[in-house]
Design a protein around this ligand. Structure first.
Ligand SMILES: Cc1cc2nc3c(=O)[nH]c(=O)nc-3n(C[C@H](O)[C@H](O)[C@H](O)COP(=O)(O)OP(=O)(O)OC[C@H]3O[C@@H](n4cnc5c(N)ncnc54)[C@H](O)[C@@H]3O)c2cc1C
Length: 292
């Protein structure tokens, strides 16, 4: 899939399946299962995942264009898709275990919807500083107990990318990210979603009550969740800086090329090696995996 083909598929799905159900779903506060199923079938749920797990390896421009196409027809579907994309890329940035590869394969195949479960009743806007804390199960995993205040696609996603303070974390941002299987014992939608707007996106509260998360579903090392949360959220946040960053990325790549040339011919070197911003010379696959 290319940028053009995913945007065309998003517009086509928006004009047909999404448009058919948008107003009724909004009126009833009904989750757009049909629309999300259609997005999965045309490959949009995995469009940003790396190619080695079956994704299309697309980036922020594709995300912005697809979200815009969906939001013009149904803002709830766009919100569900956006939170899924953030969660999917957080999962893709994790160390690969068999369990995580299986989830990534299911997302790429359009069978798995995920979402973020960061915000808590206690942390509210400061989602990077959760009040919940995971408790260690002597090396076999952790138990999670948390009151997540807003979780888009609550009760409909197959998994939740959830944050908690690491078992032995000391500071308020010593967090770890976990992938919670929605079928785990202890996962409960705490109350129905009855918003004034975005009524069909099920952004309800979710309670995690002693959920067991095995080691192979830990998405970060203990204490590394804070950095992962900020990079996952910031990378996909639409802002004018996205286009500036792309421009500086291109010029930085060009100057890196000149540097490689000047290593053989010093008279052509006009750039300082330290001038390249961090990561510009990484391949896009490598930067995807680092979530930058
Ligand atoms: C439709 C919807 C979907 C969402 N989906 C998700 C999701 O999928 N996953 C997820 O993790 N979260 C989700 N969120 C939560 C969102 O990311 C925010 O964390 C949440 O809306 C903020 O919490 P709150 O409403 O309790 O606001 P509060 O934290 O109570 O903030 C209320 C007001 O106080 C201000 N305020 C807060 N703290 C301070 C301070 N220290 N100093 C000064 N002003 C302050 C805020 O700026 C705001 O204006 C969703 C929210 C909505 C509305």
């Amino acid at each position: 899939m290319t940028l053009q083909s995913v945007v065309a598929a998003a517009k086509e799905t928006a004009a047909t399946t999404v448009a058919r159900t948008a107003s009724e779903n909004d009126r009833l506060g009904r989750f757009p299962d049909e629309a999300i199923g259609a997005l999965g079938r045309v490959g949009l749920l995995g469009m940003m995942l790396p190619r080695d797990v079956g994704g299309a390896g697309l980036g922020a421009r594709a995300l912005a264009e697809v979200v815009a196409a969906l939001a013009e027809v149904d803002a709830s579907v766009a919100m569900v898709f956006l939170m899924h994309a953030c969660a999917a890329m957080t999962i893709a940035a994790a160390k690969r275990t068999t369990a995580i590869e299986r989830v990534l394969g299911d997302i790429a195949a359009g069978r798995h919807l995920s979402t973020l479960a960061f915000s808590e009743t206690g942390s509210r806007s400061h989602f990077w500083a959760p009040v919940s804390r995971a408790s260690s199960l002597n090396g076999s995993g952790v138990r999670l107990t948390a009151r997540k205040s807003f979780v888009t696609s609550a009760g409909h996603a197959q998994s939740y990318v959830a944050s908690a303070l690491a078992p032995r974390g000391v500071g308020p941002t010593d967090t770890t990210l976990y992938l919670v299987d929605a079928r785990s014992a202890g996962v409960m939608v705490a109350s129905p979603w009855d918003g004034l707007g975005l009524r069909a996106n099920a952004s309800a509260a979710v309670t995690l009550d002693g959920c067991l998360v095995p080691n192979d579903l830990h998405l970060t090392d203990d204490g590394a969740g804070f950095a992962a949360m900020l990079s996952a959220a910031r990378r996909w946040q639409p802002s004018p800086r996205t286009s500036n960053r792309r421009a500086s990325s291109t010029s930085a790549r060009r100057s890196a090329k000149r540097c490689q040339t000047c290593a053989r011919n010093s008279r052509r070197c006009r750039s300082k090696p330290t001038a390249s911003p961090r990561g510009w010379t990484m391949s896009s696959a490598a930067s995807n995996r680092r979530g930058i």
